[in-house]
Ligand binder design. Structure first.
Ligand code: BGC
Length: 829
């Protein structure tokens, strides 16, 4: 059978094209989900500048420029965008449909004709999709005449990137093209007012704003199938642009703290350490910021008055928000900690809490209380500088809270004093660097803060991991489950023996215990449970699924074990069927509205059930370390609290309906360049405070049933082999009880600590339960059998280790009630 990529023909952003293909299933989408998607896409759009241009007045004549008005981008590329929506909206059609403004139809027709002659081909070669499309050249005279007909021009620019498709520092990607610049010059010269909309999944260069007279700038993140309507709603003032930036916009790419240490195919030293995004800019380089983290305008204005109550054990920020403008709207209160800089240097601002008000009428007031957990005040000591290595500590001194509408304008609202250092949690070191490099330290003592001196940047050697991994693993090897009898061959059963052969259906019905069932499984069966079905698009699920796990062999199904079906992804169900295309991760995070996101995720979960998906491979929650990462659109923010809070919302929403979410990619998957090999070399402190922090939050607050490891290496070890990340930290220190699966087709490799192990045997020893899919290589049909092959070999995998992973798979199937679920009628088997 020829090997084909079932997704290849569906790739690309021009989803209106994809939707014309004959697909299984109907086009029905839940109108409630559609309403939520439209509302959140609008709420997530960020108005960065508005000098009297927006909202457009009712009946206003508007000239639309730029091909993207028609070729509107709804999502980015790869597994996170490859959805077949029943329809997609565009900006020009949505403005027409709304009927609130009058489009310059002559101009629109000119674009329509040109776009038809120069179609925006999304391309179907994986990883080579276009990042932008050539812009139509337009004569000065045409622009001038259009300016006689309309007072206002709207220019639409667009950029896309994605999985295996990094943004690059070139025109047409991070930078504007000369045609786009020419268009900006022509239109801003001719029109009284110019509004620019950037339809993108990631940040681009915005320094061009200094060169043209742009009256309003709206950042429209990929809003999914309702994105065009959402932005039309915003432009015409039906709703507010409610978004606040989830990343800092710097004056140039080079100004970003990651810029010099990113994109290397071998790997990168995370030299900036904890000074990611605004933590760097606000502490040391405020002059390098065009738009600060948290910033975004609405159509009304607010006043925030805040105070701080409690002590360091329990801080509560109270904020009184008043709508001081003339329109209805909602505001976001953001709380930033300025922690004392002691033995551990700290950034001058860290987001520690936020809340969004209701929609307030002009003059209306809302009081909000934002609790700040004690852990938010703590720093992680990875060097022993405080005398407490591997501990979360509260440093002595004033912890000040700045409250406001963005990181830069937040005002001091109060402080709590910590007289002496407090050790909040003593942990053991894990996952730290094993090769030396230098990291940044920014000293900013109290005196400097008071007299305004510039904090001082220096470098120090990153503390190396103090422990020997092999010894840790050997000491903690699991015990076999109660009642296990050591089997003689791979096929022979455990304690239950061939005589009784219990069925998993008995466990589901409560007639028999899980432990006994696990003890009864033969090594071959145990090993089989640690693999997904060999291929994506498993015949066990609806066409186009991402793969199955659990009862993936006939032998396992004969034991009554059902299969669970996975589907991508963060913006919608990736199936060979129509499915809703929702706002991308950055769009959702820009709403700063976890409640809204949770409600939408619950409705999305109902679509999962209708379409036969048990596990949604979402949320994507890697940190926006660098603006060039191609998958930033799937992820939320440069900030871990915002990332964690959004992930909690998605997981809670999805799991509230009984189906499961799968936060990914654990961890430090911050570039697409050579993503299955590149090493993220990062201090344990930056891991704990930045890159793992959101995952910790989602585990503690939302208990996802599955988590996906990352492709990349973290301090020399691939995510899917990372004992310290998965077993020491995730399960041991955070108490995670769910399933851990690999990202699709992990890198095969020998275990450097245990010469008898390789590939999946290495993975099982790390505590990573399931290889997804179960094949040896991309799209291959060969089984990868290293687990059962290693069992019984000297130094090989133990029965207890196989049982531990298999048990977690079975626990997941029980917990997620997979056996109870009726399979979707579209399922092929
Ligand atoms: C991506 C994952 C995705 C998986 C399945 C991988 O290439 O990194 O995010 O869930 O494929 O499509």
């Amino acid at each position: 059978m020829p090997l084909t990529d079932p997704y290849a023909p569906q790739s690309g952003p021009l989803l209106s094209q994809a939707s014309t293909r004959a697909l299984d299933g109907d086009r029905w989408v839940d109108p409630d989900l559609v309403r939520h998607a439209r509302h959140l896409a609008a709420r997530g759009s960020v108005l960065l500048r508005n000098e009297g241009a927006l909202p457009l007045a009712e009946g206003e004549r508007v000239a639309l420029f730029g091909r993207m008005q028609k070729d509107w981008l709804a999502v980015g590329y790869g597994s996170g965008g490859d959805v077949n929506p029943p329809y997609c909206t565009t900006l020009v059609d949505s403005l027409r449909e709304g009927g609130r403004v009058q489009i310059d139809e002559g101009l629109a027709e000119r674009y329509e004709t040109w776009c038809a002659q120069n179609p925006a081909e999304p391309g179907d070669i994986w990883g080579q999709w276009p990042m932008s499309y050539p812009e139509m050249e337009i004569e000065d005279e045409v622009v001038r005449r259009a300016a006689e007909r309309s007072r206002i021009a709207v220019i639409v620019l667009g950029r896309a990137a994605g999985e295996d498709r990094e943004n690059v520092l070139e025109e047409g990607s991070f930078y504007l093209t000369s045609s786009e610049r020419r268009l900006l010059a022509q239109v801003t010269d001719a029109f009284e007012r110019t509004v620019v909309i950037v339809d993108t999944g990631g940040l681009i260069d915005f320094s061009w704003l200094l060169d043209y007279k742009v009256d309003a700038l709206l950042l429209a993140w990929f809003g999914g199938m309702e994105g065009g309507r959402a932005i039309a709603d915003v432009l015409t003032g039906v709703v507010e642009p409610g978004g606040r930036l989830t990343d800092t916009i710097a004056v140039s790419y080079e100004a970003n703290p990651s810029a010099r240490n990113s994109g290397d195919p071998e790997g990168n030293d995370y030299v900036e350490d904890i000074y990611v995004g605004y933590r760097w800019f606000e502490t040391l380089a405020p002059q390098d910021v065009l738009f600060p983290f948290g910033f975004g305008l609405g159509y009304t204005t607010f006043e925030q008055v805040a105070s701080v109550e409690g002590d360091s054990g329990e801080v509560r920020v109270k904020a009184r928000v008043r709508n001081t403008g003339a329109r209805r709207g909602s505001d976001v209160v953001q709380v930033y900690l300025e922690a004392p800089s002691g033995a551990l240097s700290t950034p001058s601002r860290q987001l520690v809490g936020f809340a969004r008000t209701d929609e307030l009428e002009p003059g209306a007031v809302q009081e909000l209380e934002i609790p700040i957990p004690q852990r938010s005040l703590a720093s992680y000591d990875d060097s022993g500088a405080t005398g407490h290595r591997s501990a979360w500590v509260l440093q002595a001194g004033e912890h000040r809270f700045h409250v406001g509408a963005d990181v830069r304008s937040a005002q001091l609202a109060g402080a709590v004093h910590v007289p002496d250092l407090v050790v909040l949690e003593q942990l053991e070191a894990a996952a730290g660097p094993r090769s030396p490099f230098e990291r940044m330290v920014i000293r900013r003592d109290a005196a400097e803060a008071v007299d305004g001196e510039t904090p001082v940047l220096s470098y120090e050697p990153v503390p190396l991991a103090p422990h020997e991994l092999r010894a840790r693993i050997v000491e903690r090897l699991p015990e076999p489950v109660h009642g296990t009898r050591e089997p003689e061959s791979a096929g022979s059963a455990g304690a239950g023996g061939a005589a009784s052969v219990p069925s998993f259906t008995d466990v589901v019905a409560g007639r028999s215990g899980l432990e006994d069932f696990v003890a009864s499984l033969a090594p071959r069966e145990l090993a089989a449970l640690t693999y997904g079905d060999i291929i994506m698009d498993s015949p066990l699920g609806p066409a186009g699924n991402a793969g199955a796990l659990g009862g993936v062999t006939e032998e396992l199904r004969d034991r009554g074990i059902p299969a669970a079906i996975t589907t991508d992804g963060p913006s919608g169900l990736r199936l060979a069927a129509y499915a809703s295309l929702l706002p991308c991760g950055t769009s959702l995070a820009s709403t700063w509205d976890p409640e809204g996101v949770e409600s939408m995720a619950a409705l999305h979960a109902q679509e999962m059930i209708r379409k036969g998906s048990d596990i949604l491979l979402s949320p994507g929650m890697n940190i926006h370390r660098d603006p060039l990462c191609g998958r930033n659109f799937e992820y939320f923010s440069e900030d871990p609290l915002l990332t964690g809070s959004m992930a909690v919302a998605v997981v809670r929403g999805v799991q509230s309906q009984g189906v499961s979410a799968c936060p990914k990619h654990f961890a430090a998957n911050n570039q697409e360049t050579n993503r299955t090999y590149a090493d993220s070399r990062v201090s344990e402190r930056a891991l704990r405070e930045i890159y793992l922090r959101g995952f910790e939050q989602v585990v503690r607050e939302a208990a996802p049933r599955t988590i996906m490891t990352s492709y990349n290496r973290i301090n020399g070890v691939w995510g899917h082999y990372h004992y310290d990340l998965v077993t020491t930290i995730l399960r041991g220190q955070w108490g995670y009880e769910g399933l851990v699966v690999t990202d699709w087709w992990m890198q095969m490799a020998p275990d450097p600590d245990f010469p008898a192990l390789r590939d999946s045997a290495y993975r099982v020893r790390a505590g990573v339960d399931v290889l997804m899919p179960g094949g040896r290589e991309h799209w291959g049909t060969d089984r990868e059998d290293s687990v059962v092959e290693s069992w019984g070999e000297p130094g090989g995998i133990t029965l207890a280790e196989m049982q531990a992973c298999a048990r977690r798979v079975l626990e997941f199937l029980l917990e997620a009630r997979i056996a109870d679920r009726e399979r979707h009628p579209q399922a092929k088997v």
